[in-house]
Write a protein that binds this ligand. Structure first.
Ligand code: ADP
Length: 473
């Protein structure tokens, strides 16, 4: 059952119960007032009539009882009747014929004679409706008489019948009005839900940029819509990130295949050449084997770079330990010097004091080697490459400065992209993966790489590591 109908039903039950209880209480109250008014009228008339009663005749003889006829009219207003009996129950005077009187009436006057005190009760006089009867002893001339006054409940019952009917009609209408009101209220209260539902239905999988409308952002439904909107925003951001990751992976896979195709094609070409002429021609054989070796080397380098990147992407854990960054830099300088083979001068400028930090030695050494290899590679013959370490606040820094070809300013942010190579450096061997790996190492340690470069003058790459890596052991 929809909530609006359930709300209406609960409201109807609650309002119905309240109206029924109120109606019953009101009915009983009015009835009580009607009956009390009858009783007090009857009692006051009995007292007044007793005062007015004239008894003639002595003890032993016949008794005469009279009431002033003018007064009687007043006593009997509103249908009150009065009658007087002697000790035997014989009616001496009456304003109504008690012949139809039942046992009830008997009981009341007998009760008065037995107890000697006033008594009241219900008696049937006309047979139509019960009467209220009030009887009291009257002592005159040594005789005890009983004066009875009574009034039919008939009028009160008629009043109550009409009152009951009107009350039921009023309460019934009130009940209907309140149910309709409850339904309209529930519908109005739930209207924003419909708005939200239809807006949500219009949302499609591909369009997460839509948001749910909040009619009143401060009410419950507005707050719910707000919360869902925040959730949608997060979902949208996650989807965008996911799409970016997938796109990057696709691009990466395409670029990697493209890069691998070149050496493979070369190897294949040389193998075919060998197959055709190589065996007979030792010169061709040697050249082809050399080329195959070089291309295979290149391919191995590329595959290793790809593996290093994938490992970094997978979030391979760092083997954190406390190390001297200067020592790592010196080692990398030794290797780079050997690679440079005297073409450029590679120099290590020792720091005044040890620069110790917590990092993964192997990976930082790899990053330092990449920066140094690039510096050597992109510095023309006779140039200089200087490496130094220092402390920059809470950071340990490894700086590689060269007097090489430099990088145009607009391309500086791009050199860290996978497979990106500056046009002017294409003459040199390279895959465009080195700096991506170096940056990945820095980021994994919670650090970064800064670049300053002037085309034609040289570049400075600075690897910055926090003293304590935030991740790892
Ligand atoms: P690779 O060196 O294999 O091409 P990298 O990712 O290491 O790839 O470098 C990306 C590009 O950044 C290089 O192709 C080169 O154009 C430029 N680059 C990197 N280091 C230097 C440097 N020290 N001097 C000038 N250009 C550099």
């Amino acid at each position: 059952m929809p909530i609006r109908w359930r709300l209406t039903l609960y409201n109807a039950l609650a309002i119905g119960t309240i109206l029924a209880v109120l109606g019953l209480a009101l009915f009983l109250l009015v009835r009580h007032q009607q009956l009390s008014s009858i009783r007090s009228t009857v009692e006051s008339r009995a007292l007044a009539a007793a005062d007015d009663l004239r008894v003639t005749g002595g003890s032993g003889g016949s008794v005469g009882v009279t009431l002033d006829p003018e007064e009687v009219e007043e006593f009997t207003l509103d249908g009150v009747f009065i009658l007087v009996r002697d000790r035997d129950g014989e009616v001496l005077t009456q304003t109504v014929n008690p012949s139809a009187g039942g046992e009830g009436q008997d009981t009341v006057w007998r009760e008065v004679l037995r107890s000697g005190e006033a008594a009241s009760g219900t008696a049937e006089l006309s047979g139509k409706a019960p009467n209220y009867v009030y009887a009291m002893p009257v002592r005159e001339n040594g005789r005890t008489l009983v004066l009875e006054a009574g009034r039919s409940y008939n009028d009160a019952e008629e009043v109550m019948e009409s009152f009951g009917a009107i009350l039921a009609a009023v309460l019934g209408v009130a009940f209907l009005v309140s149910i309709v009101g409850a339904y309209l209220l529930a519908r109005a209260a739930l209207k924003p839900v419909d708005v939200v539902v239809s807006a949500a239905r219009e949302m499609t999988e591909g369009d997460l940029s839509r948001r749910l409308p909040a009619v009143n952002p401060k009410d419950e439904i507005g707050r719910l819509a707000g919360t869902i909107n925040v959730f949608l925003a997060r979902l949208e951001a996650a989807f965008v990130r996911q799409r970016e990751v997938i796109e990057r992976q696709w691009r990466f896979a395409a670029d990697a295949s493209h890069e691998l195709r070149t050496p493979v094609t070369a190897i294949l070409g040389h193998s075919r050449m060998l197959k055709r002429w190589g065996i007979k021609d030792p010169d061709t054989t040697r050249r082809s084997i050399d080329a195959i070796e070089t291309e295979s080397e290149r391919m191995r380098g590329l595959i290793e770079a790809l593996l290093a990147l994938t490992r970094g992407d997978d979030g391979a854990p760092l083997k954190i330990g406390k190390h001297d960054l200067g020592e790592v830099a010196e080692e990398a300088v030794e290797t780079a010097r050997a690679t440079a083979g005297g073409r450029v001068c590679v120099r290590y400028a020792p720091a005044a004091s040890d620069v110790e930090a917590r990092f993964d030695r192997g990976r930082v050494r790899e990053a330092a080697s990449i920066l140094l290899d690039n510096a050597v590679k992109y510095t023309p013959e006779g140039g200089n490459v200087t490496v130094g370490v220092s402390r920059r606040g809470k950071l340990a820094s490894l700086e590689v400065a060269d007097t090489g070809i430099g990088i145009p300013e607009d391309q500086i942010p791009l050199v860290f992209e996978r497979f990106y190579r500056v046009e002017s450096s294409r003459a040199e061997e390279g895959s465009g993966l080195g700096l991506s790996i170096a940056r990945q190492v820095a980021v994994a340690h919670g650090g970064t790489i800064e670049v300053k470069s002037t085309p034609g003058k040289g570049s400075t790459f600075t690897l910055l590591l926090p003293e304590r890596a935030p991740f790892g052991d």
